[in-house]
Design a protein around this ligand. Structure first.
Ligand code: NAD
Length: 267
């Protein structure tokens, strides 16, 4: 199969639920050996790793907080200790701390920036260092390494009541593009997936009642809420040699949410 990740060591952060879980399982099914990072849900992280090995894949669970430098260094060190090196990072961990702007605490602001933006910086930096330390393995992959940042449609769509979150994802966009520009000559590809509305715990209230789902669907021209597997499929492609000439791209996987759905009737 063209999307064969044949034994490539991969790290997926925030992989005990939602999109990260689907990405970890998807990469493993494509042949990658996967480090499943979890924050505090150790039981969940170990359950996902076990589910992957039960299917015949290879996985370990690695705990740690992506916003803490020493945790990220240890997460990557444990991954390299288990699998020898790293070829694929999917920086997925993220959270929301929603508040009206005038009520947003500095703590709400900092936590979201720390996890969603600084966490991606720390993970990407540790991955790039490992790619450079290891050197080329052309029999494994054409690239020296691949980084996939999980961003959001809110890297471009402003979002009232979620100023910290939109700022963090806008930051991810230009961190990703600047990093992609910087490390392309070393053979490292860096891209983002910008999901639209995906059915996961982060946005449960947006889809769990029929009324909420109907309101959400008005924003989605393609007419369905996304599944975590929609993102996993894109992540497998971006991690594979099939996307070897793609770097610095934000791939919107959103059922058309960024197509200004309010203009569908022509105004
Ligand atoms: P989720 O809440 O199920 O997943 C987020 C994961 O990140 C959780 O497993 C959580 O434990 C983990 N996490 C949080 N803080 C962490 C930390 N400090 N260290 C390590 N892990 C941490 O929700 P999800 O929808 O699967 O979110 C995954 C990513 O997708 C996030 O970056 C989110 O912003 C992004 N996203 C989701 C949607 C959507 O509609 N669900 C849309 C756009 C972007």
């Amino acid at each position: 199969p063209v999307l064969d990740l044949k034994g490539q060591p991969a790290l997926v952060t925030g992989a005990s639920s939602g999109i990260g879980l689907a990405v970890a399982k998807g990469l493993a099914r494509a042949g990658a050996r996967v480090a499943v990072n979890y924050h505090s849900d150790r039981e969940g992280g170990e359950r996902i790793a076990r589910a992957i090995t039960d299917e015949g894949g290879t996985a370990i669970a690695v705990g740690g907080d992506v916003s803490r430098e020493e945790d990220v260094e240890r997460i990557v060190a444990e991954t390299v200790a288990a699998f020898g090196t790293l070829h694929i990072l999917v920086a997925n961990a993220g959270l929301q701390r929603d508040a009206a702007f005038h009520e947003m605490s500095l703590d709400d602001w900092r936590r979201v920036i720390d996890v969603n933006l600084t966490g991606q910086f720390l993970c990407a930096r540790a991955a790039v260092r490992e790619f450079l330390r290891r050197g080329r393995e052309p029999e494994v992959s054409r690239a020296l390494g691949k980084i996939v940042c999980i961003s959001s449609v809110h890297e471009v769509i402003p979002w009232a009541g979620h100023v910290n979150y939109a700022a963090s994802k806008g930051g991810v966009m230009l961190m990703m593009k600047s990093l992609a520009q910087e490390v392309a000559e070393q053979g490292i590809r860096v891209n983002s997936i910008a999901p639209g509305a995906i059915r996961t715990p982060i946005n449960r209230e947006a889809w769990e009642t029929p009324q909420a789902e109907a309101a959400l669907l008005r924003l989605i021209p393609y007419g369905r809420v996304g599944d975590p597997d929609d993102i996993a499929k894109a992540a497998i492609w971006l991690a594979s040699d099939e996307s070897d000439y793609v770097t610095g791209a934000s791939l919107f996987v959103d059922g058309g949410m960024t197509l200004y759905p309010g203009f569908r009737d022509g105004g």
